[in-house]
Design a protein around this ligand. Structure first.
Ligand code: 26Q
Length: 817
């Protein structure tokens, strides 16, 4: 036997739960049953702490942050929770004792894909950091029954499969039916003057029940768990009795379906909005339920709503939860009897807004007619806010109707959510310094002139608990031996590594860790896709959502260029390279899907050519999500961050690679700029046009991709490969529209709008330098890789949330007065 005391206790707990739940012993339980029983044993251990925390907030009247977001990409909870509770070793001991590898238990949990990409993952990192730093926080989101689709690649093309993540029951959530609220849609409003003044009668509306499910967020040390509250739509019990009475049972059931569809599925579009009514319903559903909760809770604590800004601060993660603003106005006025002026005074102090994109097609706006039918009362409130706002703007810009209509909340039959946020929120922030500057100088320049103090920038961050301790145990172990103090808690300690970058024996250990992580990745690819990779090769990764501005296409053309080069000169690559792509395309984004098809066609070409297959291999990792990122990122030598400068608001994958000792090849975009600043020019490979250069080309319409094509025979030959029949398994004209669009544009779009051809020569030059360095002077490469880890501390989400707190939240920690 010989287990530690803690492990024996855990063992007994698991044994008891297995018996109760399944009538099984530890020996005849399946992995799934072992997972569930052990997860429940973890849950039992923090339940009472969690309840105490909630009571403590209530008792101490602590100010609470509500981080509202349509997406939370939290990843699996099991390993994260036991690491943060300090129980990893004990649980591992129990499973060792059972002859089971704990690493085979972890994947039994579904990975909740309640987000598309960066924005949702950022929300998850921030919740984890806030909780680890002991700040009171509630994440507020939607409990989508189906998360982001699962990606299958069949014959090189993407297919979407539904993500039924609740199928086996989600162990970590707790339903809180006592905190349910009604959310109302459609109907008519009537204004009536009574002795109490103007009252609003809202009639003939449809009602949906919002039922919250709480997911605990276990911070490092697990002192005061936070909570992620996810709202689920249910039709009312005994819903629509009038139809029942008419005997129309089926009609009633149909209405039930219509209500519950609201939280059915996450929209799979990243950085793109379509004015879909159901999406608007989702957003209002979240906003209304959460605001009703906040008001009710505050009244329980303080009685009086004038003090709401003392107990409550709300962060709006992009514009998706913006309707919380007019919803709080509605509650204060219609339900609580506040005047417009008093309601505005309260609301202004409560909300802040984070912008995540400057791309036109991602800025959220709604057709006013659709909006008015669905949300008649919220519509009149927004009309009122808009009138007062425009009047105020007219004082700054008298007679300048053009500027005012650009800033207006409602114009040209559209309601513009970013403008509503800017009008009301106390602070507006970008997510990197460059992005913040672009907001002030370009996108919201007029607003910036009116409210210079509202605008700020807070560079994104990632949690080192998940992206180091959980994802990279080998490196964590090495750092534990090297760094004094707890770097999992204190991101500033990473800098202690700087001198070790020059230490050959440390470099050797570091190289060893990388190699182990490559082997782990190789095993994963073997198990999931039957692909074997060369673990002595350079692992070169571009993993992120598929989008034209992120320029997976630049990498594709570059690979074809290298392929051509190798056929002509077998010394063109001085070291074997494995190019790994991982990306989901939005199902309706045809160009993005076509690029996935292209990547797989290129893989077929180079992987099967005996002249190149030992030097280059192209791999498409299927179904990229948080769990596969945890395996992929620690194995990377090269991190590809190729977005057209000015387009990637920040990026956060870039930071995860850096923290795990990959060296970046990137443009001066988003947070890459600040990585460059932290690292100095020696530890990052920068290429391509700057944001200012790109903006100037666009302004003067002076970029001509045709001239790059004509001048550069390598570019020409690489690009020709996509249309000349070289690519196996695809029709000859399969990619002719990609080719066309790069060289000539199409109808409404200019040629090569993302400057792929423009940046290709400078990318190729830098790439060759990088590979040669790895091949010829591997010691110097390792030095750079170690420096990346040493300088990654700044990109901890612990730093980021402290900045938010300083500038806009002003929360006190538990135990702080
Ligand atoms: C909105 C309305 C209707 C339908 C879809 C949407 C929608 C959904 C998701 C719009 C945008 C998104 C996601 C945006 C996103 O992930 N942006 C990324 O945010 C990261 C965190 O700040 C940044 O690091 C990335 O640069 C940015 O692209």
């Amino acid at each position: 036997m010989g287990m530690s005391k803690e492990a024996s206790k855990i063992y007994a707990d698991i044994k008891g739960i297995l018996e109760k739940l399944y009538g099984k012993t530890v020996d005849d339980a399946s992995y799934k049953e072992l997972y569930k029983a052990s997860a429940l044993s973890v849950r039992d251990r923090f339940m009472s702490t969690w309840n105490q925390t909630i009571r403590g907030i209530y008792r101490d009247k602590k100010k609470m942050l509500y981080y509202m977001s349509a997406e939370f990409l939290i990843g699996r909870s099991y390993a994260s929770n036991i690491i943060n509770m300090g129980l990893w070793d004990s649980y591992k001991e129990v499973f060792d004792h059972l002859g089971v590898n704990i690493k085979d238990i972890i994947p039994m949990e579904a990975d909740p894909g309640l987000g598309n990409g960066g924005l949702g993952r950022l929300a998850a990192c921030y919740l984890e950091s806030l909780t680890s730093l002991d700040y009171p926080v509630m994440g507020c989101g939607i409990r989508y029954e189906y998360g982001l689709f699962k990606q299958k690649i069949v014959d090189g093309a993407q297919y979407e499969v539904e993500d039924d993540w609740l199928h086996d029951e989600f162990v970590w959530e707790v339903e809180r039916p006592e905190w349910s609220f009604e959310v109302k849609f459609n109907g008519e409003i009537e204004e009536e003057w009574t002795e109490k003044g103007l009252t609003i009668n809202y009639k003939n509306y449809n009602t949906v029940q919002a039922v919250p499910y709480d997911v605990p967020i276990i911070g490092y040390g697990c002192k005061h768990p936070g909570v992620l509250r996810l709202w689920s739509a249910k039709s009312e019990a005994g819903f629509d009795l009038s139809s029942f009475n008419k005997g129309d049972y089926l009609k009633a059931m149909e209405n039930r379906q219509l209500a519950e569809i609201i939280s059915k599925v996450l929209y799979p579009a990243d950085n793109h909005q379509q004015g879909k009514e159901l999406r608007l319903k989702q957003f209002y559903f979240l906003a209304s339920a959460q605001m009703q909760f906040i008001v009710k809770y505050h009244k329980m604590m303080f009685g009086d709503l004038h003090t709401l800004p003392e107990s409550t601060v709300v962060q709006i993660n992009d514009t998706h939860p913006t309707l919380a603003i007019p919803e709080l106005m509605r509650i204060l006025m219609d339900d609580e009897g506040y005047s417009w002026e008093d309601a505005v005074e309260i609301v202004k102090k409560v909300f802040n807004y984070t912008n995540h994109t400057i791309m036109n097609e991602a800025l959220e706006c709604w057709d006013e007619r659709l909006f008015r039918v669905l949300l008649p009362r919220i519509h009149t409130i927004i009309v009122n806010i808009n009138e007062r706002y425009c009047a105020k703007l007219a004082e700054y810009f008298p007679d300048d109707m053009e500027k005012i209509s650009e800033m207006a909340i409602i114009a040209y039959g559209q309601i513009r959510m970013a403008n509503l946020c800017i009008a009301v929120a106390g602070h507006v922030n970008g997510v990197s310094q460059l992005h913040g500057e672009i907001l002030k100088r370009r996108l919201f320049n007029y607003e910036y002139q009116v409210f210079p103090n509202k605008f700020t920038a807070i560079t994104n961050g990632i949690t080192q608990r998940r992206w180091m301790a959980l994802a990279n145990p080998e490196l964590t172990e090495l750092l534990r031996k090297t760094i004094k103090g707890d770097f999992i808690k204190d991101y500033r300690l990473y800098e202690q590594l700087i001198p070790f970058a020059d230490d050959p024996s440390f470099r050797a250990e570091f190289r060893d860790v990388k190699k182990k992580n490559k082997e782990r990745l190789s095993e994963y690819l073997q198990d999931t896709q039957g692909i074997s990779i060369n673990t002595d090769s350079i692992i070169d990764v571009q993993s992120k959502r598929l989008h034209e501005y992120k320029r997976q296409l630049l990498k594709c053309i570059h690979i074809l260029y290298k392929y051509n080069h190798l056929l002509a000169d077998d010394k063109a690559l001085t070291h074997p390279v494995t190019f790994i792509f991982a990306a989901k395309a939005a199902p309706g984004y045809h160009r993005a899907k076509s690029i996935i098809r292209l990547i797989n066609a290129i893989a077929d070409l180079v992987n099967n050519d005996p002249r190149t297959k030992d030097l280059m291999q192209v791999v498409f990792l299927e179904n990229y999500n948080v769990s596969s990122a945890e395996i992929l990122i620690p194995a990377a030598d090269i991190s590809e961050q190729l977005s057209t400068a000015g387009y990637e608001a920040s990026g956060t994958g870039n930071m995860k690679f850096m923290l795990n000792g990959a060296v970046t090849i990137g443009t001066m975009d988003g947070a890459n700029v600040e990585m460059h600043e932290q690292l100095g020019p020696d530890n990052i490979f920068v290429f391509g046009a700057t944001a200012t250069e790109i903006a100037n080309y666009q302004r003067f319409k002076s970029y001509n991709p045709g001239s790059v094509f004509e001048k550069n025979v390598y570019v020409r030959n690489a690009l020709d490969r996509i249309i000349d029949g070289s690519l196996p398994g695809v029709a000859e004209n399969a990619f002719s529209d990609i080719y066309q669009s790069l060289l000539f544009g199409n109808g409404y779009e200019v040629a090569d709008p993302y400057f792929v051809l423009y940046d290709l020569p400078s990318y190729a030059e830098v790439y060759t330098r990088a590979i040669n360095l790895y091949a010829v002077d591997n010691e110097s490469w390792m030095r750079k890789a170690i420096m990346n880890v040493a300088k990654a501390g700044f990109f901890s989400s612990d730093r980021a949330v402290e900045e938010y707190n300083e500038i806009m939240w002003h929360l006190k920690k538990y135990g702080e007065q």
